[in-house]
Design a protein around this ligand. Structure first.
Ligand code: F6P
Length: 486
């Protein structure tokens, strides 16, 4: 079987370049090995006059990377507009930040249709298509419109919220129905899967049996595939990175002081304001921790043209300045705040230097930083992960110190607990997490999804009319019997 993987952002084969996307960085090594063709946006736009979509194609491992120039007239409405100002806030349960217009929705659909046309050039009789993420919810349906009968899969890297939240997105019914053109839809967690099936039932009145939905497109399998990392490779990178100049400079600058680290895209879903407030609270309530621990917060700018992101960047800079002003000393800066990205190797070294990893999103599909922090630790003296219970990663990394990111006092206490945790407890917690990471690698995620896609594509039944069945009051717990592929 030939595989075509599609995502908005793609990564080029240079592991040490800064990467903004968790998805792109995670997919790179597995796509490279698999021989798949990976198609995505080049980051450039082009006017719609050209006949054929323009793609720059380069070798990627045993396969290829095809980067498309997306249509200039629709790019803004698609990326900054519908994808990141309507879908992203809704998917992260921030109804207050949803901004949607008909024009943006039209652009989103245009770009999905454009991508479908571009993909035809990579189609062979035994090709399977694997669509990634919320940028392309309608791509499966667009492929079917063009006559594609090959297996089509979709994986959502973000959470899928409750029906009441997704109802805040105009055209949500159309989009959910379009998703059902796929043979297989994968989610990060049981909750996301349950929420989606609840929406299918509530919005479209379709029945769900054992994780299978029947629609006018035929049968769609819906299941959970939590994404992983390559923990051994990350551990090796972290050990090697100790001698990297950035890492040694950081270590030298600490003067025996402990370090906590946070690494995030600058996004309101990451809970950065609450995290800084928690450190502020900790230094206020436990002054003995001033000078003995500092925070290195890397916040890579992201989606800067969107108002909510610009506002967050200003608010965060002001807050960090305020906290540093109040707690700092002539020779001590409580928060080292950096607005830039780092390559994976340097990051691995920075994680290993920090005694505490703080990953406290308000809501996150998985959060691979949490997994990478754990994998980067020195087995003889591992650091402690403070993890939001609202990150998908908390399902597996349940021996981290789990926190509620809305509870500032609770987070302040957890960070202090992490700093004073005895070695035996740190090792026990870390080993339990490593066992999970080793069992659920990115390689396994990739191959299990592709296998399941092949199976569900092969079993696809004849089409049945949409909304033919009476809405069933489908009990949410039945989804527990849905296949779990990891
Ligand atoms: O699923 C989230 C995601 O698509 C990941 O790739 C990454 O965390 C982020 O969003 C990237 O966003 P952008 O491509 O807009 O920088």
């Amino acid at each position: 079987m030939d595989l075509v993987v599609v995502s908005n952002r793609v990564a080029r084969g240079k592991a040490n370049e800064p990467m903004t996307g968790g998805l792109a960085a995670a997919l790179l090594p597995v796509v490279e090995k698999s021989g798949a063709i990976w198609v995505g946006s080049s980051g450039r736009v082009r006017d719609g006059a050209q006949k054929e979509p323009f793609a720059e194609i380069e070798a990627l491992g045993a396969g290829a990377l095809a980067m498309l120039d997306l249509p200039a007239a629709h790019y803004g409405g698609y990326y900054e507009g519908f994808a990141n100002s309507a879908l992203w806030p809704a998917l992260h349960s921030r109804a207050d930040l949803i901004r949607a217009s008909e024009e943006d929705y039209r652009s989103y659909r245009e770009v999905n249709a454009f991508m479908a046309r571009a993909l035809l050039r990579f189609r062979k009789p035994d090709t399977a298509f694997w669509i990634q993420d919320y940028h392309f919810l309608a791509l499966g349906a667009e492929l079917r419109e063009l006559g594609v009968t090959q297996p089509v899969g979709f994986f959502l890297h973000t959470p899928w919220p409750a029906h009441g939240m997704i109802e805040g997105v105009p055209h949500h019914r159309e989009l959910i129905e379009a998703m059902l053109a796929c043979d297989l839809i994968g989610f990060q967690t049981d909750d996301d899967c349950e929420n989606f099936l609840g929406c299918v039932q509530a919005s479209l009145g379709l029945a769900v049996h054992d994780g299978v939905v029947k629609s006018r497109h035929g049968r769609t399998h819906v299941a959970v595939f939590p994404i992983g990392i390559d923990p051994e490779k990350f551990a090796q990178q972290a050990a090697k990175a100790a001698s990297h100049p950035d890492v040694s400079r950081l270590r030298r600058s600490l003067n025996g002081e402990k370090l906590a680290i946070g690494v995030d895209r600058l996004d309101y879903s990451k809970g950065l304001i609450n995290r800084i407030n928690a450190f502020d609270r900790m230094w206020t309530t436990q002054p003995s921790l001033a000078r003995s621990v500092s925070l290195l917060q890397i916040a890579t700018p992201s989606r800067g043209a969107i108002e909510a992101y610009g506002n967050l960047q200003s608010e965060l800079a002001r807050l960090v300045g305020d906290v540093n002003g109040r707690h700092g000393e002539v020779d001590w800066t409580p928060i080292r705040y950096l607005n830039k990205g780092f390559g994976q190797t340097v990051l691995a070294g920075l994680y290993r230097t920090a005694q505490v990893g703080v990953v406290t999103p308000l809501h996150d599909g998985m959060n691979l930083v949490a997994k990478e922090y754990v994998a980067a630790q020195n087995p003889a003296d591992p650091g402690v992960l403070v993890l939001s219970k609202f990150a998908g990663a908390a399902n597996e990394l349940d021996t981290a110190l789990l926190v509620n990111p809305h509870d500032i006092d609770g987070m302040a206490r957890a960070i202090a607990t992490a700093l004073s945790m005895p070695l035996t407890e740190r090792r026990m917690r870390w080993e339990a997490m490593m066992t999970k990471l080793r069992a659920h690698t990115i390689q396994r995620w990739f191959s299990e999804f592709v296998e399941a896609l092949q199976e569900s594509g092969a079993n696809k039944a004849a089409a049945e009319p949409l909304i033919a069945e009476r809405p069933t009051l489908w009990p949410l717990r039945t989804v527990r019997s849905t296949a779990r592929y990891q």
